[in-house]
Ligand binder design. Structure first.
Ligand code: AMP
Length: 417
């Protein structure tokens, strides 16, 4: 890693502007907003504890939801600050703004090891616009800048990029937090020269979301295993019929190009040989958006190359699950992103669970397993296997962009070692 990390800076007595990802899911209960999953808060504790031990004066900035520049009370970070105080076992100050006099006054009376949480930075539209004046205002309480919000690092916003630029221009250090450091290590360094065989499993809804990643990984991987709805665009590209499956017909050329690249580079490129299919039936009901609701009925295994016109592919089939598991068992490095089917419905989760178990088995056999964020993390946790892989990314879009080899503005803004 060529970026400075929080363990390498001397933060004693300094005001550290720490950008974190506290975009936690919340629910209203008896008139109060309650956090329903505190994973993201928990994940910032190592960096916070390190800074507290160093004697820094820590000022935390984060966004919650999409208030679009408005003060939306249900998206306040106050409940997060309260929960953080419980988790740290020490008081945490909160100011109901992220810039201005109140923030500056409170920051000025912080003692070494004190922690202050600022209000949702997206209450200001200037945050997402990366407004230089707004970044200057945020930076008034920043001697040093630390970014631990990998999940937001693909956005050039004031708190992820602008503030870092201001601090750096003043000669201050901008460092990666411990969580950010781990993300860069596993999604970056570890995959740079992976132990072989390097097996990649990609699934999820759309080829268009992941084609950049496929393209990049075709230069690195020994085998790529495709599942999810994405597989049907590849099937279509190969001349098969896909019935009512979710496909991107306009991406057939892109799929063909990837198949060609796999062939010319000698990368094993596996597509499902059987599928779980179901018949979508219109229930006559409308969803919140006013679209008709379909029910998936009569699930069955389809072993034919074509999927009948009335049915749609909803998961990889049992033979494909076995073949993918066998491929994973021999791997020394595994990267997995995206479910193999509509895993939210237990009837169509078997393929995703089979892959999750095979990834865990490969890990037990000594492979490094890296989970590229999003729904695969959800699926692993749902199967109770989240702690049995080497690394689970906290990013969604950020992980994909990073795996594509794109420069993330929030990472680029950090100081070099
Ligand atoms: P992504 O965010 O691209 O990883 O996509 C995850 C979503 O893809 C999940 O909500 C899955 O339900 C969905 N998905 C996976 N396989 C299928 C499929 N065969 N048909 C429709 N949706 C799918």
């Amino acid at each position: 890693m060529d970026k400075l990390t929080v363990s390498e800076i001397n933060a004693r007595g300094k005001r550290v502007f720490l950008r974190v990802d506290y975009n936690v899911p919340m629910e209203e209960k008896e008139g109060r907003m309650v956090i329903t999953d505190e994973t993201r808060i928990k994940e910032t504790l190592p960096t916070l504890q390190l800074l507290i031990k160093q004697g820094a004066r820590v000022i935390l900035a984060a966004h919650l939801g999409r208030p679009k520049g408005q003060r939306e009370p249900s998206m306040s970070l106050r409940p997060v600050a309260e929960r953080l105080a419980d988790m740290l076992g020490r008081p945490v100050a909160f100011v109901d703004d992220c810039i201005g006099d109140k923030v500056e006054k409170t920051a000025s009376i912080l003692r070494e090891g004190d922690v202050l949480v600022l209000e949702n930075i997206r209450y200001y539209a200037e945050e997402e616009a990366n407004d230089p004046g707004f970044a200057e205002k945020l930076a008034r309480v920043a001697d040093l800048y630390v970014n631990d919000a990998f999940g937001a690092a693909h956005r050039a916003h004031a708190s992820t990029e602008g503030v870092a630029r201001v601090v750096a221009a003043r000669g201050g250090h901008c460092a990666a937090g411990l969580l950010m450091e781990r993300e860069l290590k596993f999604l970056g360094d570890e995959l740079e020269s992976p132990a072989r065989p390097f097996v990649v499993v990609l699934g999820g809804a759309k080829v268009s979301d992941k084609i950049g990643v496929i393209d990049k990984l075709l230069e690195k991987a020994d085998a790529i295993l495709i599942g999810g709805a994405m597989a049907y665009t590849f099937k279509l590209a190969m001349g098969a019929k896909v019935g009512k499956s979710l496909v991107e017909a306009h991406k057939v050329d892109v799929a063909k190009a990837a198949l060609g690249k796999a062939k010319s580079r000698g990368v094993k490129f596996l597509l499902p040989t059987d599928n779980t299919v179901a018949t979508p039936v219109n229930t006559g009901k409308l969803n919140k958006k006013g679209n008709p609701v379909f029910e998936l009925q009569n699930p069955r295994t389809n072993v034919e190359p074509d999927i009948p016109d009335s049915e749609e592919g909803v998961d990889i089939g049992p033979a494909t699950s076995l073949a993918y598991a066998a491929e994973l068992r021999g791997a020394r490095t595994v990267l997995w992103n995206g479910p193999m089917g509509i895993f939210e419905d237990p009837r169509f989760a078997a393929g995703t669970i089979a892959v999750a178990k095979a990834v865990v088995e490969a890990t037990q056999g000594g492979a490094k397993s890296i989970i590229g964020g999003g729904d695969s993390v959800k699926a692993l946790n749902q199967a109770g296997l989240g702690d049995q892989v080497t690394f689970m990314s906290t990013g969604g879009g950020a992980s994909l962009e990073f795996l594509e080899g794109r420069v993330l503005p929030g990472v680029a803004a950090l100081s070099a070692r």
